[in-house]
Design a protein around this ligand. Structure first.
Ligand code: HEM
Length: 504
């Protein structure tokens, strides 16, 4: 009897398995052969690689422009062709409006953020938040970035004076971006260089935890948004959310009671809370027309927290990887120093918004760092209207999940010859050493990264300050190996560099 039951059970599992993993075959769409239970995420489940690395590895397992994969049991299409990606992200955006990640304002207020919102809710909020990042607004935020830059320099000087000659650039850049974002977006003054146990650092640690269950929960936000809701999973503990909410509410209250005005994001959110629109700004970046959106307190907390999560680690990775490459490529480092000095001479040595904008080679260096190390390496979209892939019989059905491996594109020699070479000149005007459609470190189209300009300016300021004050050199010739956890790219073992004071 036991053997019969076992036999029936195994037969049932086999049939279900064949049915689930027969999804792409039944539709006549090419697919990558899945593993039993894991689908195509065996490396991720076995904790050998992060989700982003799994996606990049799948990219290299096929030659098709679009290929069916299974994210565990969930069928998804991996886009492997840069022109097709452009259609999905930009030209045919109407067919791929949403990300398809978990968002439910009622059960989880923090999920009602710009990254996760869908349809009209996203569109209205995006149009209202976009003016936050105009160059005029960013220019006004420079003093806050300056202050954090001073603290970073002081911290490194003290380290050198106390006999340290090796730093973890990943750690230093993370402290820097942590404080820049907290200052600009929360309007608070924290000093991670003195106290690295602040609540924002705790928030980052929760997101970047190596704990497998936390990683799985985070992956569920992307892979099974409905299951996330059904199981009542939480991105953050209630205690933590209450603490964050409390900090933001108290800051707002303090500003209102004492009539304090700051040039920061929180001030803009406060304005949106009151009037539903930002005054005196034309919508510089978005083609979308604006409609008033009055934010609730929960929505303010959700946006500030998202901007911290989306902006802090990503910018830190870009800075740290950029400095790693500069120390590995002496010639590039030299050229960059000349570019920096030339611009600074014109501005009496002042590192400001205008002098930074004049550093053309620096811009190319940052572009190349974001190419080789796209900090958020996977894009996702949900098909919102059936779409026929041009020159093929494949129709992407509504509700199908799509993924695009930015890391896959950025290291594909078809799009970027000699992809492991750090070559800022690729981005010189007229260069044929990169494919513009395949270069998407900040995504593309109406849902592109809203913080791109802010991220670039903070990264540039950090790189310029570090290179003008300190001598950074590599410990050894090496390629960065990525860690097996977190949504963003993480360098395994950090990014250790030799440091000493610059002697002029
Ligand atoms: C080097 C640093 C950064 C990188 C590499 C990066 C990358 C990305 C990518 C790849 C996306 C998805 C775009 C798409 O789906 O087409 C994204 C979205 C987003 N990013 Fe960034 N990001 C960075 C910094 C920032 C900063 C500093 C902020 C905020 C201050 C930010 C806020 C956001 C938000 C809110 C979204 C969602 C936009 C929407 O759906 O409308 N990011 N980012």
């Amino acid at each position: 009897m036991f053997l019969v039951t076992l036999g029936l059970l195994l037969a049932a599992i086999f049939i279900i398995h064949q049915y689930i993993y027969g999804y792409w075959k039944r539709r006549g769409i090419p697919y990558i052969k899945p593993h039993l239970i894991y689908g195509n995420l065996k490396g991720f489940v076995n904790r050998n690689e992060s989700f982003a690395l799994s996606a990049a590895n799948l990219y290299y397992k096929s030659e098709e422009p679009a290929v069916g994969v299974y994210l565990f049991f969930r069928p998804a299409i991996l886009i492997r062709d840069a022109d097709l990606a452009k259609k999905v992200l930009v030209t045919d955006f109407q067919n791929f409006y949403d990300r398809g990640v978990h968002s439910n304002e009622e059960s989880s207020p923090v999920s009602a953020n710009l990254f996760s919102l869908e349809g009209k809710n996203w569109k209205d909020l995006r149009a209202n938040l976009t003016p936050t990042f105009t160059s005029g607004k960013l220019k006004k935020m420079m003093p806050e970035i300056e202050l954090v830059g001073n603290r970073m320099e002081e911290y490194l000087e003290n380290l050198i004076e106390s006999g340290h000659s090796i730093i973890d650039m990943d750690e230093v850049a993370t402290k820097y971006t942590n404080d820049v974002i907290v200052s600009i977006f929360f309007g608070l003054d924290v000093d991670s260089f003195k106290d690295n146990a602040n609540i924002f650092a705790q928030c980052r640690d929760q997101i970047n935890s190596k704990d497998f269950m936390i990683n799985l929960t985070m992956a569920t936000v992307f892979l099974y948004p409905k299951l996330f809701d059904f199981l009542k999973l939480y991105r953050f503990s209630n205690k933590f959310m209450n603490m964050m909410g409390d900090i933001i509410q108290k800051t707002i209250q303090n500003r209102e009671e004492n009539n304090i005005q700051r040039n920061d994001f929180l001030q803009m959110l406060m304005q949106l809370q009151k009037t539903g629109e930002l005054e005196g700004e034309e919508n510089g970046l978005s083609p979308i027309s604006r409609k008033k959106v009055k934010l609730t307190m929960n929505q303010i907390v959700a946006q500030t927290l998202l901007f911290f999560i989306a902006g802090s680690d990503t910018t830190a990775i870009t800075i740290a990887c950029c400095l790693h490459e500069l120390t590995q490529n002496e010639e590039v480092m030299q050229k960059l120093k000349e570019d920096i000095n030339k611009a600074l001479e014109k501005h009496n040595g002042v590192i400001c918004y205008d002098s930074i904008q004049e550093m053309e080679y620096l811009d190319m260096v940052i572009q190349e760092a974001a190419r080789k190390y796209p900090a958020l390496p996977v894009l996702n979209r949900k098909c919102t209207k059936p779409f026929k892939i041009p020159n093929s019989d494949i129709v992407i059905e509504e509700d199908t999940q799509l993924i695009i491996s930015i890391l896959g594109f950025h290291r594909d020699p078809k799009y970027f010859p000699d992809p492991m070479k750090f070559e800022p000149e690729r981005f010189r005007e007229g260069s044929e050493r990169y494919n513009a459609n395949a270069y998407i470190p900040f995504g593309d189209g109406p849902r592109t990264c809203i913080g791109m300009r802010q991220a670039k300016i903070s990264a540039k300021v950090a790189v310029v300050r570090l290179l003008t004050k300190f001598q950074l050199t590599a410990l050894e010739k090496r390629e960065i190996v990525f860690d097996n956890y977190a949504t963003s790219l993480k360098a395994k073992g950090g990014i250790k560099l030799k440091i000493s004071k610059n002697i002029h």
